[in-house]
Design a protein around this ligand. Structure first.
Ligand SMILES: Nc1ncnc2c1ncn2[C@@H]1O[C@H](COP(=O)(O)OP(=O)(O)O)[C@@H](O)[C@H]1O
Ligand SMILES: [Mg+2]
Length: 296
C-alpha cells in the first residue's frame, strides 16, 4: 500500500506543514509508505476527448490524504480512481459554511438560526436594505454574527452589535458568499473543538478567549482538555453519516439547550489538539485510512 499526502502549495503555515509530516511518520509505523507533495506538483487535466488525467499519481498510489481544499484537482484525482481522504465532495461541502448548514438541516442537528446572505455582483451597487431589514427582523436581536461562507481561523467571522455595524459589515462582504446568524450569547468567547475519525470523537478541547467573541486559538484563545460525552458521540455520528467525512473537526457552541453546531472543518489542524489532549490524532487517522483501504 502506498499513499501521497497533499499540502496546499501556497500555504506557509507551520501547522499545515507539520501535519503532513506527522501523518507520514504514523503511516511509516504502520508499514505504509507515503510521499508528501504540494498541490503544485500535481497537474490534473481533461484532454480534448474529455479524458481526465493526473499524471503518474493514478498508477503509483492507492490513496491520497488531501490536506488541501481545491475542489477541481480533488475531483480529477477521484475521477482517475484515487481514494481521497476526505472525499472531494465532503471537502467542498464543509468548505462552504452555508452549504454545510443546509445539508445538516435535514438531520435534526442543533445549529444557530442562520439566514443566507444576498450575493451582489458589483461592489459599487448599494446594499439591498429591504433584504437586510428582513434579516434583522428574522434574527430579531443583536448582536448578529456575519460569516463569509469561505473562511477559517476565525478571520472571516464578524459580530455586529447594532444596525450601523451590520450595514458596514454587510457592505464589506456583499460580493462574497456570506451568511447571517443569531449570536449564541451563552457561548461568547467559548466553544468546544472536537476531532472525529471515522465518525468517532477521538479528542476534544474547550477553547476560551477573554478578549474576543471568537474562541479560535489563532486569535488568542486558550485551550484545555474537554471530556467527550454522549451528546458529542451522537453528534459526530450524525455528521459523519450526513457529510461522509473520514476525518473532521467540529466546533460546538454552548447553547442553553445543549450543543449547537457552529461549523464542520474537513481539514481541521490536529497539532494543537494533540498537544492539549495528548491524543495521537495522526495515528488514529492513519489507522482509519489503512483499514478503509483494505475494506474498500
Ligand atoms: N453564532 C455564533 N454565536 C456566538 N459565537 C459564534 C457564533 N458563530 C461563531 N462563533 C464564534 O466564532 C468562532 C469562529 O467561527 P467559525 O464559524 O468556527 O469560523 P472559522 O471557520 O473561522 O473558525 C467560533 O469558534 C465561535 O467561538
Ligand atoms: Mg471554527
Amino acid at each position: 500500500m502506498r499513499g501521497f499526502i497533499v499540502n496546499n502549495a501556497y500555504s506557509r503555515l507551520n501547522t499545515a506543514l507539520n501535519q503532513s509530516q506527522r501523518l507520514k511518520y504514523e503511516f511509516e509505523k504502520l508499514g505504509v509508505e507515503t510521499d508528501v507533495v504540494t498541490s503544485a506538483g500535481i497537474i490534473s487535466s481533461i484532454d480534448d476527448k474529455g479524458i481526465p488525467s493526473v499524471g503518474k499519481y493514478s498508477e503509483k498510489y492507492d490513496f491520497c490524504v488531501y490536506l488541501d481544499k481545491d475542489k477541481y484537482a480533488s475531483r480529477l484525482l477521484e475521477k482517475c480512481g484515487i481514494r481521497l481522504f476526505n472525499t472531494a465532495e465532503a471537502i467542498e461541502t464543509c468548505d462552504d459554511k452555508m452549504l454545510t448548514h443546509i445539508i445538516l438541516s435535514e438531520h435534526g442537528v442543533n445549529m444557530p438560526f442562520t439566514v443566507p446572505g444576498l450575493l451582489c455582483y458589483t461592489p459599487e451597487t448599494p446594499l439591498n436594505l429591504s433584504y437586510l431589514n428582513r434579516v434583522e427582523h428574522a434574527i430579531g436581536q443583536y448582536p448578529i454574527i456575519i460569516k463569509e461562507c469561505y473562511g477559517s481561523l476565525g478571520k472571516q467571522v464578524y459580530k455586529a452589535d447594532n444596525r450601523e455595524q451590520l450595514l458596514k459589515i454587510a457592505n464589506c462582504v456583499k460580493c462574497k458568499p456570506h451568511l447571517f446568524q443569531k449570536c449564541v450569547n451563552s457561548t461568547i468567547g467559548r466553544d468546544v473543538r472536537v476531532i472525529a475519525v471515522g465518525g468517532n470523537p477521538v479528542a476534544a478541547m474547550m477553547r476560551k478567549s477573554e478578549t474576543d467573541f471568537r474562541s479560535n486559538i489563532e486569535l488568542g484563545g486558550t485551550a484545555e482538555i474537554y471530556e467527550i460525552n454522549g451528546e458529542i458521540v451522537q453528534l459526530c455520528k450524525t455528521v459523519e453519516k450526513t457529510l461522509k467525512l473520514d476525518y473532521f473537526g467540529i466546533d460546538l457552541l454552548f447553547a442553553p439547550e445543549g450543543f449547537s453546531v457552529c461549523e464542520i472543518n474537513s481539514n481541521a489542524f490536529f497539532g494543537g489538539i494533540e498537544k492539549v489532549t495528548g491524543v495521537n490524532v495522526a495515528k488514529a487517522y492513519a489507522q482509519h485510512i489503512c483499514e478503509s483501504i483494505k475494506i474498500e
